[in-house]
Design a protein around this ligand. Structure first.
Ligand SMILES: [Fe+2]
Length: 133
């Protein structure tokens, strides 16, 4: 079973953001699957690298939308992205060095890393985008 299942409660209401969040769900599910089934560190790293690259692009897209629409929480939201990205980056470094924590910790981290952020910050952004037309 997939780790993350997309449903409407994750919908922000912006087509690009929702599409990219769906893709992030897929990438995290891929990571989970590879981590559990394969366990070859090179394969796991390859999947994680793809996730890191895509997350970076996605955060840039979101920040561009926030800037274009004059979102008042842009700076705070950007700081949260930086923090999320740094945590993801440190996970990548740990995997490269082979000093990763337990499976459960890593998987739980990735699951909450995305879903908590969408539920709190991105949905607030979605409400602002809808209200400001
Ligand atoms: Fe965000």
């Amino acid at each position: 079973m997939a780790l993350l299942n997309w449903n409407d409660s994750y919908r922000v209401g912006d087509a690009l953001i929702d599409r990219e969040h769906c893709r992030l769900f897929d990438l995290i599910n891929n990571f989970h699957f590879t981590y559990m089934q394969d366990r070859d560190r090179r394969d796991i790293l390859q999947v994680l690298n793809e996730l890191v690259r895509y997350a970076e692009e996605h955060f840039q897209h979101e920040e561009r939308i926030m800037a274009e629409r004059g979102y008042p929480e842009l700076d705070r939201h950007r700081d949260i992205h930086v923090e999320l990205f740094e945590t993801l980056f440190s996970l990548q470094t740990k995997l490269e060095k082979g000093t990763i924590g337990s499976d459960k910790e890593t998987v739980e981290f990735l699951r909450t890393w995305l879903t908590d952020h969408i539920a709190a910050e991105d949905r607030a952004l979605g409400r602002f985008l809808a209200e400001s037309g």
